[in-house]
Design a protein. Structure first.
Length: 387
């Protein structure tokens, strides 16, 4: 058991309470997440029906849970409630975006859940984020979340001590706040304490923490409103790490800025990277998927190089140091790009059968063929599986 997981479990058992105070708008390190706040109503977890077996079978004795129906002995998402995307806020919160545009969150950081309660309360039972009914993309940093709507606008909520919520203030946004300057967004990405958005023109705007120049505005000053990335005019997608950000270019290839960019952190193309289907970033590394292959580069790996034995990748997810690869068969292989280790994601000792995978901090979560959320080993698994 790793030291971080051991600490989480110890604090959970003791029902300790820890909430970070909002940081000022300086270049200080990003805030640390609250750790398993004892104020959460843990009794609500056990009050729900027992989940179905992981193979997705169901019966009157084994119901499928909320937002799911039992059809011909198999679990299926109820109309409109198929999970399209998961976003994990560090180690303490999870949100799900559904086909109907709704977003539900659960976790132990009260200011992250987007419910607008006064005072804000943590909750281990998923509930809807207020004023969101048209979400098309969902991304999360350590203590903030942003959603892209079908109208091409962006809304953010959570802790914004370094400007993460993009509203112009360094503080807390308890409910989704629409960023007035962004009305033409096609893609967004978030990690740690900054977020970037691609505009229809191909320009990129970023906001939040900027210690490594990851906002691309030529400074290392935190920004509480979106500002354009210098030298990027042809982006079609974006990914962000801890101190760097990268974009897929419309004509092919990838451009990065911050500590992974060119001189002084300005945007610069990555040599050796051509056509790209998907782009993700860990804290210090970047990976792209082209067809079924995956190529990564960064602080330790140096120049772009393919991940070994991966020819059937369909989706990628990035954590602090790992990138997890969803394969055509539904299995998930995770590669630690710092320690050069790999592992197969398992559930109850068996390889997972996933249709969607995501990462937050050091944990991987997936939606299985049983249409349930699974986060193997996570201390809040019983809460997150109710999404």
């Amino acid at each position: 058991m790793g030291p971080r997981l051991a600490l989480l479990l110890l604090l959970f058992a003791c029902s300790c309470s820890h909430r970070p105070s909002a940081a000022t708008g300086t270049d200080a390190s990003p805030p640390s997440p609250a750790i398993l706040d004892g104020s959460a109503d843990s009794s609500a977890v056990t009050s729900r029906s027992e989940p179905c077996p992981s193979d997705g079978t169901c019966s009157s004795a084994c119901p499928c849970g909320e937002r799911r129906d039992c059809k011909d002995g198999r679990c299926a998402s109820a109309a409109g409630w198929r999970i399209e995307e998961l976003a994990l806020g560090g180690a303490v919160t999870a949100c799900a975006r559904y086909a109907n545009g709704k977003v539900l969150c659960a976790g132990t950081e009260p200011n992250y859940l987007g419910r607008g309660e006064k005072p804000a309360k943590s909750s281990l039972v998923p509930d809807e984020v207020v004023a969101l009914d048209d979400a098309r993309r969902l991304v999360a940093g350590t203590l903030h979340t942003c959603a892209l709507s079908g109208k091409s606008t962006v809304s953010c909520w959570g802790l914004g001590g370094s400007g993460e919520t993009g509203t112009g203030a360094f503080g807390v946004e308890p409910v989704p706040a629409v960023l007035a300057s962004l009305v033409d967004v096609t893609a967004i990405a978030s990690r740690s304490s900054h977020t970037c958005a691609v505009r229809k023109s191909g320009a990129v705007a970023c906001w939040g923490w900027n210690l490594g120049g990851q906002l691309g505005d030529g400074t290392r000053t935190n920004r509480a409103t979106p500002l354009p990335v210098k030298g990027v005019t042809d982006a079609k997608d974006v990914a962000v790490g801890l101190f760097h950000s990268c974009a897929i270019r419309r004509g092919g290839g990838v451009t990065c800025w911050g500590r992974a960019g060119g001189a002084n952190g300005v945007a610069a193309p990555v040599a050796g990277v051509g056509a790209v289907d998907e782009l993700v970033a860990t804290d210090h590394d970047t990976c792209v998927r082209t067809g079924g292959t995956v190529t990564c580069w960064g602080a330790k790996r140096g120049k772009p190089a393919p991940l070994p034995d991966v020819m059937d990748a369909t989706r990628l997810a990035a954590g602090n140091s790992e990138v997890c690869v969803l394969r055509q068969a539904g299995t998930v292989t995770c590669f630690d790009l710092v320690d050069d280790k790999r592992r197969e994601l398992t559930l109850a000792g068996r390889p997972v059968d996933a249709r969607l995978v995501t990462m937050g901090s050091d944990w991987a979560c997936f939606v299985g063929k049983d249409e349930r959320v699974h986060c193997p080993g996570h201390p809040l698994q019983s809460a997150f599986e109710q999404l």
